[in-house]
Design a protein around this ligand. Structure first.
Ligand SMILES: [Zn+2]
Length: 303
């Protein structure tokens, strides 16, 4: 693992011996890393999403890999510190850069890369803009980061067995994105929600607000013992977090519908709607106006 003296400098960052990413064991065999509540910056190195792994008796499944190749290598080092078992699946909950750019660190393990059947197309159509943004935000910290698309596409649901540990994967109605996928770990009763759940950080609509409200109701009806959010504290009470997210999105739908009915323009809607939510969410000023725009574009077709 360790690079020899004098060679380390010449190697791309992603190939240096990686320091293990900090992880906590939430349940036996279920490990997660808490990303920072921020946009990607050079200071945080793009480490802004919650990522994790689950260990079976036969092999390991990784669930999201972080915002860069470097973070992926650090996650792989964290797995190696816990178990020598093979990484057989790398699962992506959706297309966003903070969840997928670490995939490449697992290429040499030859896992199945697993994602929604709509993920590959979504990644391909966003690849250019994601790469450009990553380089702008992180500079050389983005070196080695490339998109590794899914080799095992999921439509509807799929069971994966890690050896005495069954994961149930499920795709969802377009919500946070059009390629959202969750992982339910039967052994611990944990639903890994990806960005279908934001805890404390403002939810970001890159799919459809109405679909997301339907998905929220479906997650509540599943009633898992535990839900891990894609962003926010790992031990956040999930029912409260889900209810807060539902309230924000419902508020948005109600006010955007009213604005459209009153003949307000998208700009007028963006300038007025939801400002009273500001104090409730981290990263509100970065994403709220974009959410109003997305909701307006979706809901104006109802008229
Ligand atoms: Zn996301």
């Amino acid at each position: 693992m360790a690079a020899g003296f004098g060679t380390a400098v010449a190697q791309p960052a992603a190939q240096k011996a990686a320091q293990p990413l900090s992880v906590v064991q939430l349940e036996p065999g279920l490990y997660f890393h808490r990303g920072q509540d921020n946009v990607a910056t050079r200071e945080n190195g793009g480490d802004i999403a919650n990522v994790g792994f689950i260990v079976g008796s036969r092999c390991v499944a990784v669930i999201d890999t972080g915002g860069t190749a470097t973070e992926g290598h650090a996650l792989r080092a964290a797995i190696r510190a816990v178990t020598p078992l093979h990484v057989c699946y790398v699962i992506n909950t959706h297309m966003h850069p903070d969840h997928i750019f670490g995939n490449v660190a697992f290429a040499a393990d030859h896992p199945q890369f697993v994602g929604s059947a709509t993920l590959a197309e979504a990644e391909a159509s966003h690849e250019e803009s994601y790469m450009r943004a990553l380089k702008r935000e992180l500079g050389d910290l983005a070196d080695g980061s490339v998109i590794v698309p899914p080799t095992l596409p999921v439509t509807g649901s799929l069971k994966l067995d890690l050896g005495k540990r069954v994961l149930r994967l499920q795709t969802w109605k377009t919500a946070h994105t059009n390629n959202d996928l969750t992982v339910y770990d039967e052994a611990s009763g944990t639903l890994i929600a990806g960005d279908l759940l934001f805890a404390g950080c403002i939810p970001v609509i890159d799919g459809a607000v109405l679909g997301w409200l339907d998905d929220i109701a479906a997650i509540r009806a599943m009633n898992p013992r535990r839900v891990e959010p894609g962003h926010g504290p790992l031990d956040a009470p999930w029912r409260e977090a889900l209810a807060a997210q539902e309230a924000y999105l419902s508020h948005l739908v109600r006010d955007v519908r009213a604005a459209i009915k009153q003949g307000k323009t998208m700009q007028q809607a963006v300038d007025t709607i939801g400002q009273d939510e500001r104090g409730k969410w981290r990263l509100f000023d970065i994403y709220h106006r974009r959410n109003v725009t997305a909701a307006y574009a979706e809901l104006e077709w109802e008229q």
